[in-house]
Design a binder for this molecule. Structure first.
Ligand SMILES: Cc1cc2nc3c(=O)[nH]c(=O)nc-3n(C[C@H](O)[C@H](O)[C@H](O)COP(=O)(O)OP(=O)(O)OC[C@H]3O[C@@H](n4cnc5c(N)ncnc54)[C@H](O)[C@@H]3O)c2cc1C
Length: 679
């Protein structure tokens, strides 16, 4: 069982250009100049990060006290950055919209965090983690970034253990590991099914230490609604105090966005209800390019949708695929039966059948598509929703027989309890039912190797940037990336920018500041005075249906064109007909959501244009027109081996305008591009 039977790109006809086909997205965008990552060092891949760290200029401790940093977002990415930059002696201001940094979406992470520690002596190494991640991302990520991520992964575990994060341990006391999809080693560190929460507490404590020390000032329940750009550089934000409604100006020498992902553009997702794109989208409108926005991760193991009443979906951690076996009945006629009455020979363990090397641990994009396919064939299980059964079994009976119920409880009890509470079924006795759902976005603001966006002085970390996962993220790698960015990467790269300081102070009456503030006030006033007939949620739900239908698990040229038209019509209606109750000077969730949905309505269109442009299938982006004979994703490296970096062009107030596409070529020197195979 090896993951090496890949066929190389050279001479593989499946990678040749599709029969000459025009640009599907022609007319929806303007081609722009190529973009390159000027900060990425050259030389042997293993030396690049060391080289960059050495070459990045230093700021002496006395000068750090004179430099102000704003960090928007205090999840794992922002919280770890705030703790580290505060400890280094900079003046840090943090912002989050929750009542405590503890409540960031990061707390929801269940399964684990990867690191190439090789504690199991099973052949792991930084190079293997690098290889798995580039391959898992379907060769659409940057090799320098991914190698750095693999390299610093080991430091993260040491840092977190030093903070007291209670990672699971083996009988002998050593840290335990389990496996996640797309790999054949065990490198995932975990704290039962609460890894994100425990890491969050570690980063939060480290940040609060700096709050007590006076280096970090935190603003909770404050929402960034605009970026301030002065003379082409990011110099601050406009935020709204969500309790009093006060619009505030905050100025700094540099701004970091760690504002998380935008999966909620689909309305239904596993993300926290508040996760949104506003901070990133406001920056995009001010000049920060948005990269690969169409790359969305649909996670295979979520509790199936039960009807139109839902506003939230629940993840069942990928870690469950270590012990759970996925199957559907072989015969449609069995789909209504109690699964326990279906004999072994009538079950189709389809992942084990199609992908014998990786079995139930194939990457998420592959497992999700396979689940969709068997349900489309009419072999789904569970109640029918809109005439189709959209569910497959995740069965622990063999594992319970092998490990005993106590063994399963020890690993997964909180996940099993959660499943039982939500579905009313006991997963120890009957198999869980799962189905794919939107979970994570690989797209995000474009950053260079230093994590700096196309706006000088604006850095982006964590899920908000696009940097490391290509077209598909491997499980347990988001926490790794967020903490790598915050604890180990940004603190080194940001100093190179700050070494140009001290910077001239920006007065609050600077025209760019006044303009940013005015635009926020106007937007708030517009929403409250429109007095239309439809609720914000109804627009969000409708957008989500369009996105899921046409820009979800499978995309096609016709569907994407249709989606763009539908979104444009919906957006137009939203601006004329939305109803936002309440006042500006108080807690007003309807007003908060209106701003977020307005930005989702623009992002949704860009995602569809990006998906339309990319007439290939790669990772989570599956174009119906580009598949192999057996239905696998078919890349076209000769045409699409690039990062799509989109520049916003438009009326600064409302209209989207026509975006400009800048392509960054993906060049691999340390790894060979191959057709992905997990068979
Ligand atoms: C259910 C679930 C389980 C997961 N499990 C795992 C796992 O086991 N392993 C793994 O590696 N990954 C997992 N992930 C993915 C991972 O949790 C996220 O990618 C990661 O936590 C994102 O961290 P972040 O710091 O970038 O953003 P977040 O944790 O989302 O934090 C965003 C921060 O930005 C703030 N913010 C956003 N916009 C604004 C604004 N306009 N103004 C002010 N503040 C703002 C928020 O208040 C918050 O503080 C999981 C995801 C989900 C949905």
């Amino acid at each position: 069982m090896t993951d090496m039977p890949d066929t190389t790109l050279t001479g593989d006809p499946s990678h040749d250009a599709p029969a000459e086909h025009g640009d599907d997205a022609a007319g929806y965008y303007t081609p722009g100049a190529p973009i390159s990552d000027a900060k990425a060092p050259q030389g042997p891949i293993a030396d690049r990060w060391q080289t960059r760290k050495f070459e990045a200029r230093l700021v002496n401790p006395a000068n750090r006290r004179k430099l102000d940093i704003i960090i928007v977002g205090t999840g794992l990415a922002g919280g770890s950055a705030a703790a580290t930059l505060g400890e280094a002696g900079y003046n840090v201001k943090t912002f989050c919209y929750q009542d405590s940094p503890r409540r960031a979406h990061s707390i929801a992470a269940q399964g684990g965090i990867n690191a190439a520690k090789n504690y199991k002596e099973d052949g792991d190494s930084a190079h293997r983690l690098f290889y798995d991640t580039v391959k898992g991302g379907d060769y659409r990520s940057r090799e320098s970034n991914v190698y750095r991520l693999a390299e610093v992964s080991t430091n993260i575990i040491d840092q977190c253990v030093a903070q007291g994060v209670p990672f699971a341990r083996e009988y002998g006391g050593l840290l335990d590991n389990r496996s996640f999809g797309g790999v054949q080693v065990s490198r995932t560190f975990y704290a039962r099914g609460q890894t994100g929460q425990q890491l969050r507490i570690g980063a939060y404590q480290a940040m609060e230490r700096q709050v007590a020390a006076g280096t970090v000032e935190q603003f909770t329940r404050h929402e960034m609604l605009e970026l301030i750009v002065v003379d082409g550089k990011a110099r601050g934000i406009i935020a709204r105090d969500m309790v009093t409604g006060e619009i505030q100006t905050h100025l700094a020498d540099v701004v970091v966005l760690a504002s998380g992902g935008y999966g909620n553009v689909f309305f239904l997702s596993t993300n926290a209800m508040g996760s949104n794109v506003t901070a990133a989208w406001r920056a995009h409108r001010k000049g920060a390019y948005m990269a690969n926005p169409c790359y969305t991760q649909i996670h295979p193991t979520c509790i199936p949708v039960t009807g139109a009443h839902q506003s939230k979906l629940t993840l069942m951690s990928e870690s469950l695929r270590n012990d759970g076996r996925i199957w559907v009945p072989k015969k449609k006629a069995d789909c209504e039966k109690d699964p326990r009455d279906i004999p072994e020979e009538d079950r189709d363990y389809y992942l084990e059948r199609i992908y014998p090397s990786f079995g139930n641990l194939v990457p998420r994009d592959i497992a999700s598509r396979a689940a969709k396919n068997v349900c489309d064939e009419g072999r789904g299980v569970g109640p029918e929703v809109d005439g189709v059964r959209r569910g497959v079994y995740l069965d622990f009976s063999a594992a319970i027989e092998r490990l005993g119920r106590a063994g399963i409880e020890e690993k997964y009890d909180n996940l099993f309890d959660m499943y039982a509470r939500i579905t009313g079924e006991n997963p120890y006795e009957t198999p869980m039912r799962i189905y794919p759902a939107v979970h994570y976005v690989m797209g995000g603001l474009w950053v260079d190797y230093d994590l700096q966006s196309t706006i000088p002085g604006l850095f982006v970390t964590g899920e908000a940037n696009f940097s490391d996962h290509g077209a598909n993220r491997l499980g347990a790698s988001a926490l790794m990336q967020g903490l790598a960015d915050g604890y180990f990467v940004l603190p080194h790269t940001i100093r190179d920018y700050l070494a140009d300081g001290p910077f001239e102070k920006v007065p609050e009456d600077h025209p760019a500041v006044v303009e940013a503030r005015r635009s926020v006030e106007d937007r708030v006033a517009h929403f409250l005075s429109t007095n239309g007939t439809r609720s914000v949620d109804s627009y969000h739900r409708e957008l989500g249906i369009i996105m899921w239908e046409y820009c979800g698990m499978e995309r096609s040229e016709d569907g994407l064109r249709k989606a763009i038209d539908l979104i444009r019509t919906l957006r137009d209606d939203f601006w004329r007909n939305v109803k936002v109750l309440g006042t500006a000077e108080s807690l007003n969730q309807s007003l908060e959501k209106a701003g977020r949905v307005a930005d989702f309505l623009e992002l949704g269109e860009l995602m569809c244009i990006d998906a339309l442009n990319r007439r290939e299938s790669c990772g989570g982006h599956f174009r119906a027109e580009s598949q192999t004979e057996d239905g696998e994703a078919l890349r076209h490296d000769d045409q699409f081996a690039y990062v799509a970096a989109w520049e916003f062009i438009g009326d600064p107030e409302r209209s989207m305008g026509t975006p400009v596409l800048h392509k960054e070529d993906l060049v691999y020197t340390a790894i060979e591009m191959k057709q992905r195979s997990y068979k």
